[in-house]
Write a protein that binds this ligand. Sequence first.
Ligand code: NDP
Length: 245
Amino acid sequence: MTGIAGKVIAITGASSGIGEATARHLAEHGAIVVLGARRSNRLETLAASIISKGGKASYLVTDVRQRQDVAALVGLATERYGKLDVLINNAGIAPISRLDDLRVDDWDDMIDVNVKGVLYGIAAALPVFRRQGFGHFVNTLSTAGIRIVPTMAVYAGSKNAVRAISEGLRQEAGPSLRVTTISPGYVDTELPSSMTDSELRQQGQTAMKAIAIPASAIAEAIAFAIRQPDNVDVGEIVVRPTAQA
Ligand code: NDP
């Protein structure tokens, strides 16, 4: 099915930033969006806003660290709308720090959300996609995984784990499935709020104010991949501010 209209698209991390912008953009182009994240008030407001503009949206409180939550999100899409065309594994956190600081709990959290959360998405959607004979995974990586700098080691590692998983998935998928990765650079979102080191959080917020691009730029790029004909797989997308080193 070429295009965006009529596609059922589930999005994790839909309550703010890139996920929210992508949900709005895809819904404006006729997609039925199924929104997952932990903050129910944000999801409710977003779904209501999409519906008030004539779009179709449902939401389910979803913690991607819980396999059953991600399965339930995919289940909501298939039970309510009869299919799932696209799963956007977008939920992510970035409590970055230097390795010397040994913030091991933050390392665990990044692996749990950024890596295992994506794997749970694959576990939930892959059988559905196989049964249907079509499906599209869109996984959010980061330019942090391309140019690796101090404080970003574990975050970059989590994103590059998903890069490898995505390529393995593509290799195994066969001609009926599509796998896209998108690596945003600095995007103006709430991501710095997940930073537990206050100095780095401050720096992140300042850098974002200085050069970040809007989340809508990433939404446009994701929409580009989704609207291609079924036999066109947009593999890797990188979108960063021109001012980013
Ligand atoms: P936001 O903080 O605005 O969005 C992150 C989203 O992830 C929120 O909706 C949050 O929702 C959700 N999330 C966090 N933890 C969980 C969880 N355990 N279960 C379910 N959802 C969760 O930041 P962005 O929009 O920037 O982040 C989106 C993606 O983009 C992330 O994967 C991030 O790594 C990536 N990225 C962002 C860049 C940037 O500069 N902003 C650059 C490169 C990549 P809630 O708290 O309600 O659960």
